[in-house]
Design a binder for this molecule. Structure first.
Ligand SMILES: Nc1ncnc2c1ncn2[C@@H]1O[C@H](COP(=O)(O)OP(=O)(O)OP(=O)(O)O)[C@@H](O)[C@H]1O
Length: 230
């Protein structure tokens, strides 16, 4: 479903990714891990087209999308939930979902119902402005916004970061349900236990390079854990 090959990405003269390879087969949940500042967010931004790589390729669903614009990738089924649960704070929950739907005109109405089914609390908050939601509720809204576009693959950047534990559990359950329904997911996650429960495979970045990848079970190995220890 997603194949990233030899990706080099820079911010101006500062190179951040050095030849990253990553693949997420259809239906898989791949956890992208690594310490702060190693390039995880940069990799997601290159996959979605927010950043243009200096070299390398991004293939999505059998097609080279490296030069394709972000909105085109969204229309082709790539959903992205950026770090920091970005929503429009002045708009209501319903309006936030409506704006997101406009990014994918072909998406079925039932995709919105399914998203609200996944996060029932949002259904009761439709008229509330997003800026007045708790951090956890905003994260749920950010995920719902991606889901209403009916993606075939979802990129989630640290969806549990800074969120209260009860909502972390709801978000974990939601991701588990999405995975079980067949959605392909690339998840940036720092919590090993959560990664162990959710992921099929993992990829660890360090200083902009892939230093380890494998089946999620290997996250139990000390040598793998050492790569994540601060
Ligand atoms: N807009 C930018 N301009 C210049 N450098 C940047 C920019 N954004 C990120 N960087 C640098 O790129 C490197 C990788 O950052 P990135 O956000 O991709 O890491 P990360 O692994 O996602 O970290 P975190 O877990 O802290 O979000 C860091 O050294 C960061 O300072």
């Amino acid at each position: 479903m997603l194949e990233v090959g030899g990706l080099h990405v820079s911010y101006g003269r500062a190179q951040v990714l050095f030849g990253v390879d990553l693949s997420a087969p259809s239906g898989s949940l791949v956890c992208l891990m690594g310490r702060n500042g190693v390039g995880k967010t940069t990799l997601l931004k290159a996959v979605t087209g927010v950043l243009a790589p200096r070299s390398g390729t991004v293939r999505f669903d059998g097609r080279d999308v490296t030069r394709m614009r972000t909105h085109e990738r969204v229309r082709r089924g790539l959903g992205y939930v950026p770090q920091g649960h970005e929503t429009f704070p002045q708009l209501t929950v319903a309006e936030n979902l409506q704006v997101a739907r406009e990014a994918a005109p072909g998406a079925r109405r039932s995709a919105t119902d399914d998203a609200l089914d996944l996060f029932p609390a949002l259904g009761a908050l439709m008229k509330r402005r997003a800026g007045f939601l708790s951090g956890g509720q905003q994260q749920q809204l950010a995920i719902a916004r991606a889901l209403v576009t009916e993606p075939r693959m979802l990129l989630l950047d640290e969806p549990t970061e800074g969120i209260q534990p009860s909502i972390v559990q709801q978000i974990e359950e939601a991701i588990g349900r999405l995975h079980a329904s067949g959605l392909t997911i690339l998840l940036v996650e720092q919590y090993l236990d959560l990664a162990l429960r959710l992921a099929d495979r993992f990829v660890i970045l360090d200083a902009g390079e892939v230093v380890r990848s494998g089946d999620a079970e290997q996250l139990r190995d000390e040598s793998v854990r050492a790569l994540l220890a601060v």
